[in-house]
Design a protein around this ligand. Structure first.
Ligand SMILES: Nc1nc2c(ncn2[C@@H]2O[C@H](COP(=O)(O)OP(=O)(O)OP(=O)(O)O)[C@@H](O)[C@H]2O)c(=O)[nH]1
Length: 208
């Protein structure tokens, strides 16, 4: 295919999406960010040895929202403290942040407040934030109650779900809710009721 422009970006007519948005995965090391992304992108789960992300990496996936193709560029960040200064530089460009903790790790949950402080410092004011309690499949090792996740999310006014990158529970829903919010922000019609991400998640969870 010949490029119409010299900058490597195909003209709009050749792009296979109508809207694009940047999403970042954040949270302590080991909470499951890489697995969460791979489950969404490839429908696969990497069990076994944990290989910590070094720096930052991204994957694209196009999803359809009411017939509109939304390209999500999803950035997987390293949770380890030593990479923080690298990842801070990427916050400003992000339209949405998925903030994960591990329901089997109280510490990863306790650190969520510090993550939210960092987000407020480095991200855009109107960034979409979602709190996710991952590894919900390992209920025998649960250290964080669902109510505690929900009440922290309420305190900060962000939507919340428990998820599993292993079984796929709520993984797609989290990204679809983000895509829907981004589409609504970009294409809201004047007389259309405002999309409520909290209500959407609640309704979809009830349905499933
Ligand atoms: N049971 C279960 N294990 C999970 C789940 N998600 C991730 N894991 C496991 O948790 C470990 C860490 O997962 P990663 O996805 O690499 O964690 P991360 O948050 O990307 O870690 P960093 O790259 O260091 O920030 C791996 O051994 C995974 O197999 C889940 O939903 N359920």
């Amino acid at each position: 295919m010949s490029e119409a422009r010299g900058n490597g970006i195909p003209p709009a007519s050749l792009q296979d999406y109508e809207l694009a948005g940047k999403v970042m995965l954040l949270g302590d090391s080991g909470v499951g960010k890489t697995c969460f992304l791979l489950q969404f992108k490839d429908g696969a789960f990497l069990s076994g040895t944990f290989i910590a992300t070094v720096g930052i990496d991204f994957r694209n996936k196009v999803v359809a929202v009411d017939g509109v193709k939304v390209k999500l560029q999803i950035w997987d960040t390293a949770g380890q403290e030593r990479f923080r200064s690298v990842t801070h530089a990427y916050y400003r460009d992000a339209q949405a942040l998925l903030l994960l903790y591990d329901i089997t790790s109280k510490m990863s949950f306790d650190n969520i407040r510090a993550w939210l402080t960092e987000i407020h410092e480095y991200a855009q004011k109107d960034v979409v934030i979602m709190l996710l309690g991952n590894k919900a499949d390992v209920s025998s090792e649960r250290m964080v109650r669902t109510e505690d996740g929900a009440s922290l999310a309420r305190e900060y006014g962000v939507p919340f779900m428990e998820t599993s990158a292993k079984t796929g529970m709520n993984v797609e829903l989290a990204f679809l809710a983000i895509a829907r919010e981004l589409k609504q922000r970009a294409m809201q019609l004047p007389d259309e009721p405002r999309f409520q991400i909290h209500d959407y998640i609640e309704a979809q969870q009830k349905r499933s």
